[in-house]
Write a protein that binds this ligand. Structure first.
Ligand code: GNR
Ligand code: NI
Length: 187
C-alpha cells in the first residue's frame, strides 16, 4: 500500500470523466487499498480515484467516527438507480479544495448499484451522510466538484482563491524578478 499525492484545484485532471473498471480485479483492489491509505492519512471520509490522478470509477469511504472501529467501504462503477424528491443540506468540504466549506443541497435518499471490493454486485439505499458523501464522490467520477453546486459568485471566488495560490507556488511564476530569468537564459 502507498500514500499518493492528492490533486488540488485548479488541476485540470479533476475535470476528467473517469472510465468504468468493468471487473474488480487485483489491480483495482490495489488501487482501492492505496486510496484508502491516502484517505486515512489526509484525513478524509471519502476519496475518488481521480483525486490521486487515476481516471477510473472507483470510490473509497469510511464514515466511522474516531471512537468507532474503522469501517472501510469500496465502490466500483456506481450507478444511481433512484433519487428522492426530498433534498437535504450538508456543509461539504473536499480534499481537492482544501480549507473551503459550503452548504450543498442534494437528494436526501438515493439507491445505488455498484461492485464491491470482491467484485460482487451490490445495491444500497443511502441516506444522511452516506447519501451526501456518495453523491459527492460520484460527482468526482464525472469531473464535477461540490463548488459546481454553488452560485456562480461563490464558485468563482473559490476558484480564484486556488488559482492565485497555485500561481504563487509555481516555479518560474510570472511574479519572479526578471533579472533571475535573464541570468538563467544566459547559461
Ligand atoms: O473528507 C471529506 N469530507 C466531506 C464532508 C462533507 C461532504 C463530503 C465530504 S467528502 C471529503 C473527502 C473528499 O474530497 N472526497 O472526494
Ligand atoms: Ni471531494
Amino acid at each position: 500500500m502507498a500514500i499518493r499525492p492528492i490533486l488540488c484545484l485548479p488541476d485540470p485532471r479533476l475535470r476528467a470523466v473517469s472510465e468504468k473498471v468493468g471487473v474488480v480485479d487485483d489491480a483495482v483492489r490495489a488501487l482501492m487499498d492505496d486510496m484508502l491509505e491516502t484517505m486515512y492519512d489526509a484525513p478524509g471520509i471519502g476519496l475518488a480515484a481521480i483525486q490521486i490522478g487515476v481516471a477510473r470509477r472507483v470510490i473509497v469511504m469510511d464514515l466511522a467516527r474516531k471512537d468507532e472501529e474503522p469501517a472501510p467501504r469500496f465502490f466500483a462503477d456506481p450507478e444511481i438507480l433512484e433519487t428522492s424528491q426530498e433534498e437535504s443540506v450538508y456543509e461539504e468540504g473536499c480534499l481537492s479544495i482544501p480549507e473551503y466549506y459550503e452548504e450543498v443541497s442534494r437528494p436526501a435518499k438515493i439507491r445505488v448499484r455498484y461492485l464491491d471490493r470482491d467484485n460482487k454486485r451490490c445495491e444500497i439505499e443511502a441516506e444522511g451522510l452516506l447519501a451526501t458523501c456518495l453523491q459527492h464522490e460520484m460527482d468526482h467520477l464525472e469531473g464535477k466538484l461540490f463548488i459546481d453546486h454553488l452560485s456562480r459568485l461563490k464558485r468563482e471566488r473559490a476558484i480564484k482563491k486556488f488559482t492565485k495560490a497555485a500561481r504563487q507556488d509555481a516555479p518560474g511564476a510570472p511574479r519572479r524578478a526578471p533579472e533571475i530569468r535573464e541570468k538563467q537564459s544566459g547559461l
